[in-house]
Design a protein around this ligand. Structure first.
Ligand SMILES: C[S@@+](CC[C@H](N)C(=O)[O-])C[C@H]1O[C@@H](n2cnc3c(N)ncnc32)[C@H](O)[C@@H]1O
Length: 279
């Protein structure tokens, strides 16, 4: 059965890489480097190190799992991804890199299924729950916060990169209609797109404190839009291994134009969020 989250983004990557996020573009010249830079930023801000035990929600095709293991040298990883094709790909990737134990610790399924957390974690309490560029897709981000808080070790960290509404967003006009339509075609529940105060409140109500939110929109949204423009013109200039087909190009073109507009018009913001389990 066709999946919304599949292996399509492989075509955008340099050889051997399989990222699928929006990227962090201040110094990157190709898609894989930008995606890796976003993951590095998340890992650094979350303070990952050899003592960390990571639960990764929405791990894509597994490149970020290798980053946690081989760059940050975390002690343990596990995780859940809704996509069957990506989970199978990530398992193979981990096995081929000599991380068979970690491959066995990742599972396919919906992050909003609390039973899956129990199955994946057993009695372990992760020091970190990470969600790299994916929580806006979850059926309910607020429920994800609550389950993450429940499972985290005392003083554990939740770290995400995520969308929120801009403080200056227009709640009625044409912008709102366009945003609604784009959320629908991108399979993003509307209830997940909240402003900064609401986002903070949902974290606090789920039992998180010491909340840091860093607006990185300027280094994410226009960068991806420019990359997609290059991709349409010339695959060599864009640094991709294979040019996507016309349907893929249309999807990326729509995404790029939307992100550029949403950034310029201050409709959406893209942020790095770190919060600590309270109490
Ligand atoms: C935009 S992609 C980001 C992938 C990856 N984190 C990366 O940076 O390359 C969103 C990811 O979230 C996953 N996802 C979406 N909804 C999910 C859910 N309900 N439960 C678990 N994973 C989900 C998708 O399968 C996909 O891997």
């Amino acid at each position: 059965m066709a999946e919304f989250h599949d292996l399509a983004e492989l075509a955008l990557n340099s050889d051997g890489q399989s990222w699928g996020n929006l990227g962090y573009w201040p110094n990157a010249t190709n898609y894989s480097d930008a995606c890796r830079a976003l993951a590095l930023l998340l890992g650094e801000q979350a303070g990952l190190d050899h003592s960390s035990s990571v639960f990764d929600a929405g791990f894509g095709c597994g490149d970020q799992l290798l980053l946690w293991l081989d760059h940050f040298h975390v002690g343990r990883i596990c995780g859940v991804n809704l996509s069957r094709s990506q989970t199978a790909y990530a398992k193979r990737k981990l096995e081929e890199a000599g991380h068979a134990d970690s491959a066995a610790a990742i599972s396919q399924g919906d992050i909003n299924d609390p039973g899956l957390w129990d199955a994946v974690l057993g009695r372990n309490q992760p020091s970190h729950v990470l969600a790299l560029d994916c929580a806006y897709h979850f059926p309910s981000r607020a429920e994800f916060f609550a389950v993450a808080q429940w499972h985290l070790a005392p003083s554990g960290q939740l770290a995400l990169t995520d969308f929120m509404l801009s403080d200056r967003h227009d709640s009625d006009g044409l912008a709102r209609h366009l945003l609604r339509w784009m959320l629908k075609v991108s399979r993003i529940p509307e209830a997940n797109i909240v402003d900064r105060d609401r986002y903070r409140l949902e974290l606090e109500q789920s039992g998180f404190a010491d909340i840091r939110m860093i607006d990185i929109s300027a280094y994410v949204m226009p960068g991806l839009a420019q990359f997609i423009r290059r991709l349409r013109q010339d695959k060599v200039a864009a640094g991709v291994s294979k040019r996507p087909g016309w349907l893929g190009l249309l999807k990326y073109r729509l995404t790029g134009r939307f992100l550029e507009w949403a950034h310029r018009r201050s409709v959406l913001r893209y942020c790095l969020i770190i919060a600590t389990k309270a109490g």
